[in-house]
Design a protein around this ligand. Sequence first.
Ligand SMILES: Cc1cc2nc3c(=O)[nH]c(=O)nc-3n(C[C@H](O)[C@H](O)[C@H](O)COP(=O)(O)OP(=O)(O)OC[C@H]3O[C@@H](n4cnc5c(N)ncnc54)[C@H](O)[C@@H]3O)c2cc1C
Length: 313
Amino acid sequence: MRCTIVGAGVSGLSSGIRLLESGHDARIVSDKFSPETVSDVAAAIWYPFLVKPADRADTWGIVTYDVLESLCDSDPEAGVKMIDGREYLRSDVDPPPWSDDIAAFRILESSEIPDGYVFGWEFRAPAIDMHYYMPWLKNRFEDLGGTFEEGFVEDLGTLGGDVVVNCVGLGARDLCDDQEVKPARGQIIFIEQDPGIGHFDQQPETLTYTIPRTNVTVLGGTAQVGDWGLEIRDEDNDLILSKVEAIWPDLDRSKIVGGTVGLRPSRTEVRLEEEFIGDTRVIHNYGHGGAGVTLSWGCADEVVSIAGTRKES
Ligand SMILES: Cc1cc2nc3c(=O)[nH]c(=O)nc-3n(C[C@H](O)[C@H](O)[C@H](O)COP(=O)(O)OP(=O)(O)OC[C@H]3O[C@@H](n4cnc5c(N)ncnc54)[C@H](O)[C@@H]3O)c2cc1C
């Protein structure tokens, strides 16, 4: 089958790789490529955050967890490493549904919970350094025979091939006239200081995180829905630092080395389904919110399954 994937973020590249591995031809058409996609800005820790529907997201997430974990050993240049992290909550809740499926999950002792929080858990999850991961995905796609083409797509129905896979993220707002897609603005800070483990409060209203990467630690965050601003704001940096200091008091502001902003493609729920636009068979795969990396391989597998495994000329 000849597949045209629109979009070169983590969703498009992962879908393209899985299609090629399944014996199809694949080309990616995109107006921007790494390092200029939202995916390049992702923090990125494996965690189903700011994404629905919960049941499908959990399934896609567990598939992706296993793939990312195996990359740590098989492909160290992909920039994935397993880290321990602690999630803190302001009320008692049930453990997440994926708690039995991931490594080293345990409920925290009360002595391990910072002031202002009442509950929490420790877990081991892949941390993905997108500076390494995105080039690795691009190389893998090309090594398998995939091709890239620069271009802005205005009509999915005009693209050739047997199937079009729509992975445009926030771009679906215009391309599909989908007003359910909205930016969830995220600002992050880079610091040359290691917190040892990750510290997280991943409620959208109080979002706080420290993610130790290879060279720097990523501090976050914000999730400002409907905000298109790409400039770094001092008031957001102040807010992020005060939130992080509440769960990581040893933070040393003199070690900050930069920051950036990205617009998560948030949607009421991920759109992963088939649609015919005229005679063109389209598989939509967009709207992953704050979990596009976390769900990427599970979604890519579902794209392949919808596309079908039958080879056509
Ligand atoms: C600050 C921040 C922190 C984050 N942290 C995490 C995290 O810890 N874990 C996690 O899993 N996720 C995280 N995310 C979310 C994650 O980055 C996104 O969910 C993910 O990158 C979405 O990937 P995508 O490929 O669907 O979209 P994108 O990366 O936005 O890619 C879309 C592609 O489509 C192209 N495109 C768009 N419109 C058109 C068009 N009309 N024609 C041609 N090409 C088009 C674009 O150029 C781009 O190449 C974070 C995001 C931000 C901003």
